[in-house]
Design a protein around this ligand. Structure first.
Ligand SMILES: NC(=O)c1ccc[n+]([C@@H]2O[C@H](COP(=O)([O-])OP(=O)(O)OC[C@H]3O[C@@H](n4cnc5c(N)ncnc54)[C@H](OP(=O)(O)O)[C@@H]3O)[C@@H](O)[C@H]2O)c1
Length: 270
């Protein structure tokens, strides 16, 4: 893992950092950088073995206290659980990272799957941001990151509902960036492009991506996000993704963008 340099986020926000979907991919990269910055960590994920192993590894490597909070973010008792976490720990930084991204024609994805996507990508983000945000506001400091997606900037065929849920996160974070500044809380929406976090990529897309689809590793995404927190409302963390998003969501007419994205996904899926 490349050193993120001095982040100074623990000095700024204090206490624990809570990361959802911490066991794998981008969440795991967030957890590693935050442990290196001095945060005690609350690693929320539904997979016990991997999350416990990560907690042990981060504790051993960085001398912080990392613990696994095994939780399915779709569970009905999430509100009560979040309230308990807010009472039991001083949580200075919240990273709403967990997300699921079913890829298929909209009408072929079962409604049940769409509803679960809504619960993980939107409801859990809302619950944690509201409950932990209130505790941060009382202390007068804190940071909240919502991991959205570049797909939120234009919508995406075959990821229609996923992109819509990511638009929710993007807009929630943008409004809160402005509204919560006076409470001492920094909020950031992160819009990564395609990121190599297997098994998501294995599930979704073939290995031979078209040359015009950049793919980043999870570390530059997490690093870019953590460096941008407190400086701006939205970040597209890597240079290649900023170029791609600029072209697709700003320069090209929306109809061209959607046709290109559709063709690209069809090509990648063979
Ligand atoms: N990878 C990309 O190309 C990409 C691009 C743009 C945005 N993003 C966003 O970045 C975030 C992280 O993506 P990623 O690719 O790193 O994902 P990932 O590799 O699949 O990791 C996500 C983690 O969240 C956990 N999780 C999923 N549903 C959960 C639930 N209901 N309760 C608790 N934990 C749950 C997963 O557990 P399981 O392994 O058990 O499912 C997994 O450990 C997501 O919000 C995603 O939408 C990703």
């Amino acid at each position: 893992m490349e050193n993120a340099g001095k982040l100074g986020l623990h000095e700024r926000y204090g206490g624990h950092a809570l990361v959802t979907g911490a066991a794998r991919g981008i969440g795991r990269a967030f957890a590693s950088y935050l442990a290196a910055d001095g945060f005690d960590l609350l690693l929320v994920d539904r997979e016990a073995a991997e999350t416990n192993a990560l907690a042990e590894a981060l504790t051993a490597e960085h001398g912080v206290e990392a613990q696994a909070l095994i939780c399915d973010l779709t569970e009905p008792g999430l509100v009560e659980k979040a309230e308990r976490w807010a009472t039991d720990y001083e949580i200075g930084l919240l990273v709403n990272n967990a997300g699921i991204s079913p890829l298929d024609p909209f009408l072929e994805i079962p409604l049940e799957t769409h509803l679960t996507t809504l619960e993980v990508n939107c409801r859990a983000t809302l619950v944690l941001t509201h409950v932990l945000g209130k505790a941060m506001a009382k202390r007068g400091r804190g940071g909240i990151i919502i991991v959205s997606s570049a797909s939120a900037l234009s919508g995406s065929p075959y990821f229609c509902h996923y992109a819509a849920t990511k638009g929710y996160g993007l807009n929630l974070a943008s409004g809160l960036w402005s509204e919560l500044r006076e409470s001492g809380i920094d909020v950031l929406a992160v819009c990564p492009g395609m990121t190599d976090t297997r098994p998501v990529q294995d599930r979704n897309l073939a290995d031979d991506l078209p040359f015009y689809v950049p793919i980043a590793g999870p570390e530059p995404v997490a690093r870019g996000a953590l460096r941008a927190l407190g400086k701006q409302p939205i970040v597209i963390p890597t240079f290649a993704d900023r170029m791609s998003a600029g072209l697709l969501s700003k320069l090209m007419p929306r109809s061209w963008t959607l046709s290109l994205v559709k063709r690209s996904i069809e090509k990648m899926r063979g």
